[in-house]
Structures are given as C-alpha cells and as structure tokens.
Design a binder for this molecule. Structure first.
Ligand code: NDP
Length: 462
C-alpha cells in the first residue's frame, strides 16, 4: 500500500499547474489535479490569448484605413463585435479542449471542482466531501482582478467580463493604467469606443522606461484616448443606461461601462494554506524560496499565486523547475533576469532589461542611445506614427542593460533582443552586427550617436 493517494496533487489547472502535472506524471509519479473553473487558467481562458485576439481585431480599422493610400478600395467596411467575440470564444474552447486532452493523455487524474489544503499532505475535494493525500502539493491557483474600494464598486467590471460582453459599449471609463488598463484602452478605442483612462499617478505604466511611458501616452492621446493623470475615483453611480464616475477633485465622467484594471490578487483566500502552516505575504501570495517551496516542506507554489513575475511563460518555467527539483532530483532555480515583456497597446511596447532609471540607480555610468523615426509604411499611409528604439548601456563594461521599443512589432523584436541580452551582448557587438535593410529592428545595430540630455541654454530661467 502506498503511503499517499498521490505523489503530487496540483491545485489549479492553469499554465504552471498543467505543465507541472504533465511533466511529473511523465516521470511515473501518480498525479492528480483540481480545477474549479476551466482547464487552461487565466492566460488561455480570460487573459493573454483572448486578449491578443481582441488586439488583432482592434487593429484592422487602422490597417484598412492605411490600405487606401496603397491603392486598395475599402468601401462599406463595417465592424461586428458579435462575430469577433464569438470567434474568440470558439478559439478559447478549442484551447481548453487541447489542455484537457493533454492532461488526459499524460495520465493525470482530473478533479473538476474546488480543492483546498487540509494539511501538509491532505487535500479536500469539495464536491465529493472527500479528503485525499499526496506526498507533495503544488498550489498553482493564479490570481483574480483586484477591485478598488470605492463607493459603487459593484458597478465595476474587470477584464474577465470584457470577454462576456454581448455588445460593445459606446463609451468606457477604465480605472488604472497598468498592463491591462492600457491594453483594453487600445482595444476598445480601436473598435470605435470612446475611452477615458483615469490614473492616480503622474504617468501611465509605472515601472517601465520613462521614454516608453511618455511615448505611449502621447500616441494614445493622438488616437483620441482621454488619458487623465493624477485622478482618483470617489464613487460610481448608475445614471440612466450608463454610469457616472465622481472624481475626488470634484469632476465627473459619464460612460456606458466602467472597468477596473487595478492589479490582481493571488487566489489564496479560503484555501486552508495558513492553517496548514504556509506563510502568506502582504497581498496573500504564497511565500516561497528559490525552489518554489513554501514554508511547509511538502507544499510548493508556482505562478501568479506567488506574485513573483506574473507572466505565463514564467509560471510554466517555474512548473518545470519544480518537477526537475522534486521529481528528477535535479535542483533547478529560476533566472528572473532579462525577461522580455510586451504591452499590446497601440502602439505596442516591447522591452527587456533595465529601464534607464533603474540602470542609473545601479550603475555608475550609463550611456543612452535613442532613435525616434517614422516607420517606412507611414510615409505612404500618412499615419502620424513614430517608432522609438532605446538602448541602455553600462558605460564601463559596454554591456547592453536594456532595450526598449515602442511601435510596430515591438514585442517580436524584444523577444529576439532578450536572447542577446542574456548572452551578455555589448554595444560593440551590436555595432558589429550587419543591419537587415529595410527593417525597423536594424536601428538596434546602427545607432552610433550617444544621446545627451539637452543642456539648458545660458540665461535660461527654466
Ligand atoms: P498592474 O499592476 O500592471 O496595474 C495596475 C494599475 O492600477 C496601476 O496603474 C495602479 O496604479 C492602479 N491601481 C492599483 N490599485 C489601485 C486603486 N486602489 N485605485 C486606483 N488605481 C489603482 O496590474 P494589471 O491589472 O494591469 O495587470 C496585472 C498583471 O497581469 C500585470 O502586472 C502583468 O504581470 C500581468 N499582465 C501581463 C500582460 C502582458 O504581458 N502583456 C497583459 C496583462 C496582464 P499604480 O501604478 O499607482 O500602482
């Protein structure tokens, strides 16, 4: 008789949990997994994948407009939201099926219900009122949208509900200017919705390089999005068919919908973790060591529930490292440096490495190279768009510390740039790389002129 029912029990079938369950099962371990919603997790069901499909959908309007200058006749063009959202849902269903079959094929037992931790080796399966045991428990329950504590918060939708909308609103107010707020602002604006973003800070996308933040804000304003900084919401009230948002400075805003994009909270409430001895952090995240082990030896956690780097590929890699460490006896830790990330706004952000501000804090001397130019296709389309490419260099070692891009294909370029940064590329090596002409990315290897902060002229009283 085995000591435990399972060698591994995973709670949460998102990107990290599914990968860990499948890989552990491939080692011959007996694995169970519980999921209370749909197999696939945030990324597949109501995050990255459906969001990126909406991004694609939202960009066709501009492309069709631009096509005219290239000789295309585009009369009678119309957009139909039900077609787009229905097709997005079909794709989500397809991926949900793929994930489910992958689990089945790898011999993992699936429990499509909520499970909680009942002890260091015990898991309670809720709909069966049954407790099962496992040598190891992996918590991979992800996170959910945080809703701000404002009066009328029950009127707010989150990004989750955006995928459930049966009709597009005429106008929307979005609270928060992080990844989700900015991406949905671009999506809705691209589909013809009037968009206002209310942000409590000085500039959107806190934590990103300042040139990217300024550049994307300017470009989004040019596209008609009303970005309001230093603005805090006091209350939200129903007003006819829509809502009235009262601001703390006394102003008001009316819109058909109000969306909160104010961060995400790890899913640990009611999971029984603290009772089992697992330490939770300030926002409820599971505190783990470099091997993703919690403060209880048999309980590990990966992905957004640990609030390290909340990105899908990171959760997957954490799941892989967990299996290497625990089931293959090859202790494996994560390297969180040089993780490329994108914000799928219009224009798009792609970035890897340190921002200029971070680099100046960590290094004695930093060189900056910047290029801002009109992408070639805009010369004919006439669109007022600019590409920004910025390199952050350690002046002493010549190492490239960061590459930041704003404009077409920024995400694709940042992914490739991440490889060279991980390999420790220097500015001289970039300079020695032949340009691919004509392309946007060639600018990365052709910039020779260091950027100097503009000097104040003599007698200037600025
Ligand atoms: P972020 O933390 O990126 O942004 C939250 C925004 O809401 C910030 O502007 C923040 O302001 C503001 N905010 C937070 N709390 C309040 C409050 N109480 N009242 C008013 N404003 C508030 O979170 P998101 O929800 O946008 O995204 C969550 C995570 O999901 C991201 O961090 C990212 O890891 C992941 N993600 C990644 C994507 C990608 O890779 N493309 C896409 C979408 C999500 P302040 O800056 O002042 O804190």
């Amino acid at each position: 008789m085995a000591e435990y029912d399972y060698d591994l029990f995973v709670i949460g079938a998102g990107s990290g949990g599914v990968r860990a369950a499948r890989l552990a099962s491939e080692t011959g371990a007996r694995v169970g997994i519980a999921e209370e919603y749909r197999v696939g997790g945030t990324c597949v069901i109501r995050g990255c994948v459906p969001k990126k499909l909406l991004v694609y959908g939202s960009r066709y309007g501009d492309e069709i407009e631009d096509a005219k200058a290239f000789g295309w006749t585009c009369d009678g063009v119309r957009f139909d939201w039900p077609t787009l959202i229905q097709n997005v849902r079909l794709e989500v269903d397809r991926l949900n099926g793929l994930y489910t079959r992958a689990l089945e094929n790898s011999g993992v037992d699936r429990f499509l219900t909520r499970a909680t931790v009942a002890g260091p080796h015990e898991i309670k399966i809720l709909d069966r009122d049954e407790t099962i045991s496992a040598k190891y428990i992996l918590v991979a329950t992800g996170a959910h949208p945080a809703m701000p504590e404002v009066s009328g918060r029950e009127h707010l939708i989150s990004s989750n509900e955006c995928f459930q909308l049966e009709a597009l609103p005429e106008s929307i107010v979005i609270i928060g200017a992080g990844y989700i707020g900015m991406e949905f602002a671009s999506i809705f604006a691209g589909l013809g919705v009037s968009v206002t973003v209310l942000y409590r800070g000085d500039q959107v996308l806190r934590g990103f390089d300042m040139d990217l933040r300024d550049g994307v804000a300017e470009a989004m304003r040019d596209r008609g999005i009303d970005l309001r900084m230093n603005t805090q919401v006091a209350s939200i009230n129903k007003d006819g068919d829509g809502y009235r948002v009262a601001l703390k400075d006394g102003g008001t805003n009316s819109a058909s919908l109000v969306m909160a994009a104010t961060g995400r909270v790890p899913n640990t409430t009611g999971l029984g973790l603290q009772q089992a001895g697992v330490e939770l952090g300030w926002n409820g995240h599971v505190v783990v060591d470099e091997y993703s082990k919690s403060t209880v030896d048999s309980i590990y956690a990966v992905g957004d529930v640990t609030d390290r780097k909340n990105l899908t590929p990171v959760a997957i890699r954490e799941g892989i490292a967990f299996v290497e460490t625990v089931f293959k006896d090859k202790p494996d830790t994560m390297d969180y440096d040089f993780i490329a990330t994108a914000v799928f706004t219009e224009p798009e952000i792609g970035t890897v490495g340190l921002s200029e501000e971070e680099a100046r804090e960590k290094y004695r001397a930093v060189d900056i190279y910047k290029s801002s130019f009109r992408p070639m296709r805009a010369t004919i389309s006439g669109r007022n768009e600019k590409m920004l490419i910025k390199l952050v260099i350690d002046a002493e070692s010549d190492k490239v510390l960061g590459i930041h891009l704003l404009g077409p294909d920024a995400a694709e370029i940042a992914q490739m740039a991440a490889i060279s940064l991980r390999l420790g590329v220097t500015k001289a090596q970039l300079d020695g790389t032949m340009a691919l002409h004509p392309s946007i990315a060639e600018e990365i290897v052709t910039m020779r002129q260091k950027w100097e902060a503009p000097k104040l002229s003599e007698g200037s009283d600025a």
